[in-house]
Structures are given as structure tokens and as C-alpha cells.
Design a protein around this ligand. Structure first.
Ligand code: IVH
Length: 692
């Protein structure tokens, strides 16, 4: 089971920084799999979840945003199943402004750069910022010869065949004499078309898109252009790439020129004589954006004169002559009708406000997150309160604050549950953590799917042929509810064989794979239970220490009393701390888990851990590793020594039998010499254990 990530607001700076680093590397690797190798190893949803997690951490810790952050990458790198194509003129991105002041600063910056008087009016072309994907169209002798995606701005994908299916894009330019004209603009889908496409996809069990932008991108990047042809894509033209001659003197004139050549330009684009007029037009667009048929996420201001644009040039990857004025997150007031607790797939309890439905930014909102228990207390949020809610982009709406003045005394305080609303098991909140979690991990319906995925995974029961999709299907049909059901599948043999996409052979193979796992090593069983914080290494330690699942369960139950001998015994196991011990004890104390485990144990034979080699010359000896080893990691060296029956200690004392010294060993090596202990270097150690 992937360890559930802690909530962002529970992260320390160090943890946040480490996670951002790890996410940057992982997302880069997955991007590589997806785009360059065309072989994604995780689902789109999992990928999106990683991106969202990255964004959430960056939002909470903006000073930790990395230079190589996935959120900073300009578009996606070019895929290989479309030919790569270098842009003759790079496709830039835009810098952003979030309010009128920042826009006025932009205006002053431009004037200073051009050495114009600050009070002199400077004209802008003001255009909606379309939320689609940008494309560069190349016309040679007025004929469309190429359509290239932005890619990373330098190199994109050749999607010419797909582009040709879009009716807004002329194949031949009218009234144009230019030898080369590269026209850039946005491919997009209307909200209604997006909803219809998704409705169709749902009916056919096909791919559903998260928003119109993804739908447009997904439709355009079809390997088979006849599929693109069936998708309702549109195009607004708004910029140039390589041009054999300048098309006009100003950007606004150029837009009119585009129309004459046969393109569609956005009808809400305006020429503003100065920044004040531009800001007024921005406001008009912002106020009426929900009446548009397509999504826009801001307004683009472009210095109108092309000679100025040329002088201004670009900085980094954005032009100095244009900027995007983004829309603020939308806020509105509504009433909390009730507060519900949702149990996530990892057992986390999340409070959700059920709201009097209200339209925020064109979307009807009836739920908002309340994050966690402390959030409700800190903001003193009560049922019946009038609250301010916010919706930004695709993010879940959130409750920002309470309108305390509007209270009439009928509001009710919410009592946070201490049991899981899904299964009734205890819901506990470990000290220092923000999230309360259900401990009924094995039996809780809200968590069962995640548990099952973990249960069959490679290091657990390792059941081949049972992927997440099949598990989800069987879970939906209530055939697979808990681990024990895995071994009851054989009873459904005939029914399984006639399921869509299963087939005789694959069912036989699956059932054979399951049969083989009826004998399972104890450490795998412990790991497969998916107890919080109990990974593979700890499972092995526990298996060795307790020898049977019954003894482990019994001791863990007794360890609930932290003054008991069972507790002492548990936390004295090397590497098991109090927090892990508590998770173990909670797991085995919960009656739902006990029952589910008992049901499972009726189907399996548990193989006790191999007795630790007592005939090995280092059985029972205490070894200390110090300095850096070159041939194996410290963890591997330790595991090997332990498998030979040795105890690995962290510090040198008179009780130490051997000290293995790697490079740059410091005080421990000196102490070993002082105590006259047996000291081995890495080579000698490897030679010593080679044949054991
Ligand atoms: S002009 C050199 N105009 O926004 C400037 N871009 O965040 C080229 N976009 O990559 C862009 N509507 O995909 C421009 N009216 C508009 C736009 C627009 C949407 C997109 C475009 C660009 C991105 C930058």
C-alpha cells in the first residue's frame, strides 16, 4: 500500500522540501514514460494526483518552489509518436499579473524600457486569454503545410493531419501574398461540447476528460486523425511566428488582417488607447466571462505597436510586450446546511460542508472542503452559518470564513466523530497530526479497495493477473470486499470466465496464482495487512520476533497498555518506535480487523520465518557498522548481518563483537581500537560473510 501522504498543512518545512524534490523527480520520470516512451506506468488520475499534491505543497510553501518544479515546465515535452518539429521562432509563454496595480506597473515598465513619458498613453490590444492549447500553423505560398503543438516552446509535435480536420483553420489563405506566414493561436472546445463528449464517453465506458482544455488536447493528440475529425474543436488566431514580411504596423491591425485571410479571431478583442481603458475592458470581460461558450482564464494585454514589440523583445521565455491579467479566485456567500465526514481511501476523515447550492464563477457549488478538525475549530464554523466560499480553477471549493454578524443563534456546533462513519471502527488522531483516521483498515468499506490493491501487490501476496482494474470491477460487484474473498474467488470460477474481457485462460491462470499463495510467509502476511507505518522491513522484524500471527496480534493488543510488558517488548525491537507501536496496537485491537484477519487465516497456511542461522559464526554476535561502505548500502549490510543471526548496534561498547569500518570512519573506529575490539574493513567483512 502506498503510504498515505500526510495532509499538506501537517508538513514541516523539511518534509515539504523533501517531498517537492521527490515529486519533481517522479513527475519527470513519468512524463518521460508517457511522452517519450509512450508507455505510462501510472494512470492519468495518479499522475494528476501527483501534480495536484505538488501544487498544494507549493501553494503552502511558496519559498520552497524548485527551479525544476513540474509546475514551471512550459507545456509537456514533445511526444515521440508524433514527429518532433523545431519551431522556427520559439513559442513563448506569458508572465502574469493578478490585479490592477500589477498591470499599471507593467505599463510603467514598458514605457521606461521604451523611454516614453510615463504620462503618455500607450495603446494595447486587449484579448480574452483562451484556456486551450496553443498551435503554430505554417503557411507556405498560402497553403497550410504544418501544424505544430507548443511542446516545450522550442520543439513541438507535428499534428498537421489532425489540425487539417478543424474547420476554423483555413487550408489556403485568402487575400494573402506572403511566402511564409506562421499563424499561432489557441485550439479549444466549448463547455457544452466538452460535456456532451464526456456524456458519450461515459455511456461507452470511454475516457472522460477533466475539463474542456484536456478534452481539446486529448482530441487533438489522437494518433488517428479521423478521430480528431469527429471532435468539435475550434481555433482562435492571435499571434505570429515566422513571417516573410511584417503583416502590419500594429497588432490590432494584424488581427483584422487575420480575419481577411480566413481565420476566426476572438470577437471580444479590443484596442485600448491606454492602460486605464484596457483595465476597463478587462473588467467587462471578467464580469461576462460566464456568458462565453468557452473557458478563459484571464485577459492578455499586448503592446499594440509592432515596432515597440520588436524593441521590447523578450526576457526569459516571455515577451516584454505582453502580459496575462489573471482572474481572481471567485468568492461568494452561502449557508452551511450540514457537515458530513468523508472517509478517504486511506482512512483519512475529511469534513465536508454541504452548502445551499450557489453559482460561483458559472459553476454550481453545493459542497466545500473544511480541511480538518482544527480548521472547523479555529474558524468556529457551525452548521447553519453563512460562510464565504471560494472556487479557483479546478480546485475543490473551500470555506474561507464565517459571517459571524449574520448569526441568529440557531447555528449548531459540529461534534467531530471519534469513530469512522463508514465502518464504526475508532477514528484516532495521533499527537501532532492534523488528520483523524479510521483504524478499521481491513474491514472499512471506504478503504477496502486501496487495501485490496496493497494486499495483492508484489511484496505482499504477489498475485499475478489481478490488476487494479479487475479488482475495482470485482469490488464494484461485491465479489471482492476483503482479503479473505481473494481465496473465495474460486467459487466464482464460471461466472468469472464469462465476464467481459476475462476469458477462460486468464481466469484459470489467476486462480492458479491465487492457489499458490495459500502458503504465505508470515512477514508477507504482516506486510499485506497494510498497517500504517509497517513496511516490509518492519514486517520481517515482527515476524522474526513473534514467530506467529497469533502471538503478534496478542502482544499488540496487550501493548495498548503502555505500561505493560508487551509494550516494552514491542518498542524494544530495534527500529520500532512508540508511534509505530501504537499503530500496530490500534490495528490489532480493532474488532473489525480481528474478524477480517480471522476470516483470512482460515484460507491460508502461514510459513514461519526461517530460523535465524544459529550455526553461523556470527549468530548472537553484536556488530557495529561505521563509515561509508562502497559495495553495499548500510541497510543491506545490516540486513545481511541480521539474516546471519547477528545483532546490529548503533554504537560501540565493550559488548560489541565486531566493528566493520568503511571509508572515513570517525570516533567509532577510534573507540573500537581503544577497547581492543575486533575490527574489519569492508573487504575483510565481505570475505568473512561470503560463504555463510
Ligand atoms: S499571446 C508571445 N494571446 O496563453 C505571446 N496567448 O500563458 C504569445 N493564450 O502560450 C501568446 N489566449 O497558449 C496570447 N489571446 C491570447 C491567448 C494566449 C490564450 C495562451 C497561449 C500562451 C499562453 C501563455
Amino acid at each position: 500500500m502506498p503510504t498515505p501522504p500526510p495532509p499538506v498543512d501537517a508538513l514541516t518545512e523539511m518534509e515539504a522540501s523533501a517531498e517537492l524534490k521527490q515529486l519533481a523527480a517522479a513527475i519527470r520520470a513519468h512524463n518521460q514514460h508517457y511522452h517519450s516512451q509512450d508507455a505510462p506506468v501510472i494512470s492519468d488520475a495518479e499522475f494528476d494526483a501527483m501534480m495536484r499534491r505538488n501544487e498544494a505543497i507549493e501553494a503552502a510553501f511558496p519559498h520552497l518552489i524548485r527551479d525544476d518544479s513540474p509546475s514551471k515546465q512550459v507545456g509537456a515535452p514533445a511526444a515521440t509518436h508524433f514527429a518532433k518539429h523545431q519551431h522556427s521562432v520559439p513559442m513563448l509563454s506569458l508572465s502574469n499579473a493578478f490585479n490592477d496595480e500589477e498591470m499599471c506597473e507593467f505599463d510603467l515598465r514598458v514605457k521606461r524600457f521604451l523611454n516614453l513619458p510615463e504620462a503618455a498613453p500607450l495603446a494595447y490590444s486587449v484579448e480574452p486569454k483562451i484556456d486551450g492549447l496553443s498551435i503554430s500553423l505554417r503557411y507556405e505560398e498560402q497553403k497550410l503545410v504544418a501544424g505544430i503543438t507548443r511542446g516545450d516552446g522550442v520543439e513541438g509535435e507535428d499534428v498537421t493531419a489532425n489540425i487539417r480536420t478543424i474547420s476554423d483553420i483555413p487550408h489556403q489563405l485568402k487575400n494573402c501574398t506572403l511566402e511564409v506566414a506562421e499563424i499561432r493561436g489557441e485550439v479549444f472546445m466549448t463547455r457544452t461540447d466538452f460535456q456532451n463528449l464526456n456524456a458519450e464517453a461515459r455511456a461507452k465506458n470511454g475516457k472522460v476528460f477533466a475539463n474542456p482544455r484536456n478534452a481539446a488536447a486529448g482530441s487533438l493528440r489522437q494518433k488517428d486523425a479521423t478521430i480528431t475529425a469527429t471532435r468539435p474543436l475550434h481555433f482562435f488566431a492571435y499571434a505570429t511566428g515566422e513571417m516573410s514580411a511584417p503583416p502590419s504596423d500594429s497588432h490590432y491591425e494584424f488581427l483584422q488582417q487575420l480575419k481577411a485571410w480566413g481565420f476566426v479571431i476572438n470577437p471580444h478583442s479590443r484596442l485600448a488607447d491606454d492602460i486605464e481603458t484596457a483595465l476597463q475592458h478587462y473588467k467587462k470581460i471578467a464580469d461576462t466571462r460566464h456568458e462565453l461558450a468557452y473557458d478563459i482564464d484571464g485577459v492578455v494585454y499586448k503592446v499594440n505597436r509592432l515596432d515597440y514589440q520588436n524593441r521590447l523583445g523578450q526576457v526569459s521565455r516571455a515577451p516584454r510586450w505582453a502580459i496575462a491579467h489573471k482572474f481572481p479566485a471567485e468568492k461568494t456567500e452561502t449557508r452551511i446546511l450540514d457537515i458530513d465526514i468523508q472517509v478517504g481511501r486511506t482512512g483519512a476523515l475529511t469534513p465536508v460542508a454541504r452548502l445551499e447550492a450557489i453559482s460561483v464563477g458559472g459553476v454550481v457549488v453545493s459542497n466545500a472542503t473544511l480541511h480538518n478538525e482544527d480548521y472547523i475549530t479555529e474558524k468556529d464554523i457551525r452548521i447553519g452559518d453563512l460562510v464565504l466560499i471560494q472556487r479557483a480553477g479546478d480546485v475543490i471549493p473551500q470555506v474561507l470564513s464565517v459571517n459571524v454578524k449574520a448569526r441568529d443563534g440557531n447555528e449548531r456546533q459540529f461534534t467531530y466523530p471519534t469513530t469512522c462513519p463508514s465502518c464504526g471502527a475508532d477514528a484516532v488522531r495521533p499527537e501532532g497530526e492534523a488528520i483523524r483516521r479510521c483504524v478499521g483498515q481491513l474491514a472499512c468499506p471506504a478503504q477496502s479497495l486501496e487495501r485490496l490493491y496493497h494486499f495483492v501487490s508484489r511484496d505482499a501476496f504477489d498475485i499475478e493477473g489481478l490488476g487494479e482494474k479487475s479488482i475495482a470491477e470485482l469490488h464494484d460487484d461485491k465479489i471482492l470486499n476483503e482479503p479473505a474473498d481473494m481465496f473465495r474467488l474460486v467459487a466464482h470460477k464460471t461466472a468469472l470466465k464469462i465476464r467481459d474481457g476475462w476469458g477462460e485462460l486468464s481466469v484459470e491462470n489467476l486462480l492458479t496464482a491465487i492457489e499458490e499463495r495459500r502458503r504465505i510467509p508470515l512477514e508477507r502476511l504482516i506486510y499485506a495487512l497494510g498497517i500504517r507505518q509497517i513496511g516490509q522491513a518492519t514486517s520481517l522484524l515482527l515476524a522474526r520476533h513473534y514467530g506467529t500471527i497469533e502471538r503478534l496480534a496478542e502482544s499488540a493488543r496487550h501493548a495498548q497498555d503502555e505500561s505493560s510488558a508487551a509494550w516494552d517488548d514491542l518498542i524494544n525491537i530495534d527500529q520500532i518506535g512508540a508511534s509505530m507501536a501504537r499503530d500496530l496496537s490500534r490495528f490489532f485491537t480493532d474488532p473489525h480487523n480481528q474478524d477480517a484477519l480471522n476470516r483470512l487465516c482460515q484460507h491460508i497456511t502461514i510459513i514461519p520465518p526461517k530460523p535465524i542461522a544459529s550455526d553461523s559464526p556470527i549468530a548472537g554476535k553484536t556488530i557495529v557498522f561505521t563509515g561509508s561502505l562502497t559495495q553495499m548500502s548500510r541497510a543491506e549490510a545490516k540486513a545481511k548481518a541480521e539474516s546471519l543471526g547477528a545483532k546490529v548496534a548503533g554504537s560501540v561498547s565493550a559488548k560489541t563483537d565486531y566493528v566493520v569500518i568503511g571509508a572515513d570512519a570517525g570516533s567509532k573506529a577510534r573507540k573500537a581500537a581503544e577497547l581492543g575490539l575486533e575490527v574489519l574493513d569492508e573487504e575483510a567483512w565481505l570475505a568473512f560473510i561470503k560463504d555463510l
